[in-house]
Design a protein around this ligand. Structure first.
Ligand code: GDP
Ligand code: ZN
Length: 304
């Protein structure tokens, strides 16, 4: 084996035992993973070695990840869903009844993972707007998030959504039925058919199920999609992550009397004062307290 036989590549599709990787010249080849310890996921930058003069490829190393998307699996282990994501798009709609706590939880996870985030309220064509909707979207914009109103049915504002995703490695998440698949199909366009073609030519036969795929967008950028990613419950392990994940709260927390203020019942808390002055939304503060307590209980039960 000489140096010339190794290449850097990007994992773009994963199957049960093999993956499709993209080479520096943008061509894609099927590769298998060396050993059992190595667990590459979509979005991973990997090193591959050619076997039999490029007739097969072996993934031998994973470059350090800038971030990884994790969720607890049924055995209580941490499962990695994707790597090197740059943007999380949280989708809500009506129906199903919007649950903004779920959106806040995604935004929180994105913030402490160092991933940008945006919100889109889909199915606006149904005009099921509650009065609360405008103020909720405005709240998100005030914090600094892009917040769109879209319709995958009529195409409303989907060009704005495409512009938001341009150049990003995005994931689209939210409750089942909000329209994530519909939005992704629109964004990916004809490229969606490429996935089927790739899996047919992967050497594992037509019926190989794709575990996850990084779908290229016509305007540049990509969406990493899998059933596991779409409605994953983010792993938020410590109350500290909750504090840093609510950006407007983390910002103001610098002004609290106690440097370790949890912004719950402490005196001279700048966050509580800002909630009372309506500078921080009471709804977001409720989400914060709920997520803080949930995470705190989990952390304590782990220590018992
Ligand atoms: P997912 O579970 O989040 O991936 O949601 P889907 O994309 O499967 O959509 C769930 C249902 O909502 C489907 O019947 C879609 O046709 C419908 N749907 C998705 N987006 C819209 C939209 O913008 N407007 C309307 N009226 N229906 C939509
Ligand atoms: Zn405080």
């Amino acid at each position: 084996m000489t140096e010339a036989d190794t290449l850097n590549a990007l994992v773009v599709t994963t199957y049960r035992n093999r993956m499709e990787v993209r080479l520096p010249d943008a061509s894609e080849v099927s590769a298998r993973v060396k050993g059992r310890r190595l667990r590459p996921v979509c979005g991973d930058e990997v090193v591959i070695e050619s076997l039999q003069n490029g007739r097969d490829w072996l993934i031998t190393a994973i470059s350090p990840r800038r971030n990884q998307l994790t969720r607890p699996n049924t055995r209580g282990e941490t499962e990695i869903l994707a790597a090197n994501v740059t943007l999380l798009v949280a989708v809500a709609a009506d129906p199903p009844k919007p649950d903004w706590f779920i959106v806040d939880r995604y935004l929180c996870a994105a913030a402490f993972m160092g991933i940008d985030a945006a919100v889109t309220y889909n199915k606006v064509d149904l005009a099921n707007h509650s009065d609360e909707l405008n103020s909720v979207l405005e709240e998100y914009r005030r914090i600094g998030y892009s917040a769109l109103e879209t319709s995958a049915k009529t195409g409303l504002n989907l060009d704005q959504l495409a512009a938001l995703l341009s150049g990003e490695t995005a994931i689209v998440v939210g409750q089942s039925g909000v329209g994530k698949s519909s939005l992704i199909n629109y964004l990916v366009g004809n490229a969606g058919q490429r996935v089927a073609a790739v899996s047919a030519g992967s050497g594992e036969g037509k019926h190989t199920t794709v575990n996850s795929a990084m779908l290229s967008l016509p305007g540049g950028g990509a969406v990493i999609d899998s059933p596991g990613v779409r409605d994953y419950a983010p792993a938020i392990d410590t109350p500290d992550q909750v504090v840093s994940g609510f950006k407007e709260i983390a910002r103001l927390g610098q002004d609290c009397k106690f440097s370790n203020c949890r912004h719950l019942r402490e005196p001279q808390c700048a966050v509580k004062a800002a909630v009372e002055a309506e500078e921080i939304s009471a709804r977001r503060y409720e989400s914060y307290k709920r997520l803080y307590r949930l995470t705190d209980e989990l952390a304590q039960s782990r220590h018992r």
